[in-house]
Design a protein around this ligand. Structure first.
Ligand code: ZN
Length: 534
């Protein structure tokens, strides 16, 4: 008679493939699932009765920024409590490596607004392996699958220089990219709203994507514009796939700004047509109608040229202020124009390190508090006072669009957040605590936008397949025992925009590589996560 380390008994098994769920037991030995089915006769050192509960593969978040905080939060608190056992990191062009000696200061400036402030970063590493060996020293509760960020890569070669890459610079970028892919990176991400991603032309992206394709990796992109130029930006991403043969993922897909609502019906159709031509394009979505990013994204990217110091100096010049204000207010900005698109009222500060009291205030409130007749003058003055360092929540999407994308078979569901914990304070976007339980509570159970099996597929086998993560994302013999056990009747997100630091309800057990790490919102101690390599 077979003996396992652990048996989960009488669960409703959603195996991650999208196939109908079934009732059965799961036998685990070491870090693997050894048997699935009726295991009545089997023995185990530990048996857990999960009658009435669903067991699913551990959730795989294809898009988050856990790498920016994992050294401060090795228990990935806000993530592991949602059942996310694997995070794909290095998204939006913002990876922690490669780092060159010539541009170490530049990459620090670049990532500073995103990095968790609790940790002193040594910046002694030069490549992803170097960074992740720092992570391995404190351990990680989650598995992490790294991407190379195109912004970080470009900085390593030419800093914040906005000119097109020369032949030599192109060769240098490709060499660094190839080295990271040889070391197991899963693909390349871009963030085409953030300098220097925003300085990068389509051909430069295509040339890098050819290298990624030659390793079987994928290209994932935060589009150049998710508002007025959404369609053109989707076309650009597909053109990168078409020219290079790379598999393409559109990050946190949305239509930003009231005037663009409904455009996602067109973009989803464009994706279907591209797939019919042989481009492997898919997308992902976080289940909220509000975005979050850094405050500098409100300005045309040319305002950011030369890095943070140059930007702040420029914003002191009255003529520059006037030009920027006109460009925004008259709708000539080529990046997405949040101020004009959703108004000061719908832009709410999440965190401001320099002056914490601004957390939770809208720009309308901040401008009013400062007085004066010109809102842009008040905004620029405030912006200088906080050194341009704040994150913000943007209430700019349509709930119907969110639902349309979630329901579409080509979308994965993601969080697009940073790791945090209740003691961190501030008002982060609630997606960092609630994305996955919200999918299963609000969209699956309450609104029946999709079936439980399909919801689970979008956060397990689908992201695993896209990223090329093997032996995870399904409940099957020989797969790693990353598992989530939850109550399908009660699972729900509790984090809100006003009160975001709330763990979800209904998640009973989380296992990573065969080891229990969470039971009923309590961390059990071990950090069995691994750095994954393709
Ligand atoms: Zn992004």
């Amino acid at each position: 008679m077979k003996a396992f380390d652990r048996i989960l008994r009488n669960g409703r098994i959603c195996d991650g493939t999208g196939n109908p769920s079934f009732h059965g037991d799961i036998g685990i030995s070491g870090d693997r699932i050894e048997a699935v089915g009726r295991l009545d006769a089997a023995q185990a050192a530990e048996t857990v009765d999960i009658s009435g509960l669903v067991v699913a593969p551990g959730f795989i978040d294809l898009h988050n920024h856990v790498d920016h905080g994992i050294l401060a939060y090795p228990d990935a608190n806000s993530y592991i409590m949602q059942g996310v056992t694997t995070s794909v990191v290095g998204n939006c062009g913002l990876s922690m490596a490669p780092v060159s000696d010539a541009h170490r200061e530049d990459v620090r400036d670049y990532l500073k607004p995103f990095l968790n402030k609790k940790h002193p970063y040594s910046w002694e590493w030069s490549d992803l392996s170097g960074f992740f060996s720092c992570v391995e020293q404190s351990g990680t509760i989650q598995n992490l699958a790294p991407l190379v960020g195109q912004g970080t890569l470009r900085i390593a070669v030419k800093g914040f220089d906005p000119t097109p890459a020369t032949g030599d610079e192109m060769a240098a970028m490709k060499k660094l990219l190839r080295a990271e892919l040889e070391n197991g990176a899963f693909g390349m991400s871009s963030g085409l709203i953030y300098p220097p991603g925003s300085y990068t032309g389509t051909e430069e992206l295509q040339e890098l994507a050819r290298v990624v394709a030659s390793f079987g990796g994928y290209y994932v992109t935060h589009l150049r514009n998710e508002g007025d130029r959404l369609i053109e930006s989707v076309d650009e991403a597909i053109a990168v796939g078409e020219a290079s043969g790379v598999s393409v993922q559109l990050s946190h897909h949305k239509a930003a700004g009231r005037g663009n609502w409904g455009k996602v019906n067109a973009t989803l159709r464009i994706m279907e047509e591209a797939r019919a031509r042989g481009v492997d394009v898919t997308c992902d979505v976080y289940p909220y109608p509000a975005a979050m990013t850094t405050i500098t994204s409100l300005l045309p990217s040319r305002a950011l040229e030369g890095g943070i110091g140059a930007m702040l100096a420029r914003l002191k010049i009255p003529e520059v202020r006037r030009e920027l204000a006109d460009e925004i207010w008259q709708g000539r900005m080529k990046e997405e124009n949040w101020i004009r698109g959703i108004g000061w009222r719908n832009i709410v500060i999440a965190e401001s390190r320099v002056e914490p009291r601004y957390a939770g205030m809208s720009l309308e409130e901040i401008i009013k508090e400062r007085g004066g007749s010109d809102p842009f003058e008040a905004f620029f003055d405030w912006f200088l006072e906080i050194h341009g360092e704040a994150t913000m929540v943007l209430f700019g999407m349509d709930e119907a669009d969110v639902r349309t994308i979630i329901a579409h078979p080509l979308s994965a569901v993601i969080s697009d957040s940073w790791v945090t914990a209740p003691e961190a304070g501030g008002r982060p976007h609630p997606r960092g605590y609630g994305s996955f339980p919200r999918l299963l509570g609000k969209y699956v159970r309450e609104e029946r936008v999709l079936s439980l099996e399909e919801g689970i597929r979008k956060i397990t086998s689908m992201p695993a397949g896209k990223a090329g993560i093997t032996r995870r994302g399904q409940i099957a013999e020989g797969f790693f025992a990353d598992l989530v056990v939850f109550d399908p009747q009660t699972i729900r997100d509790r984090a809100t925009f006003l009160d975001p630091h709330q763990y979800p309800e209904g998640i009973r057990h989380v296992l990573v590589n065969g080891q229990p790490v969470v039971t009923d919102n309590t961390l059990l101690g071990p950090r069995p996560g691994k750095i994954l390599r393709k």
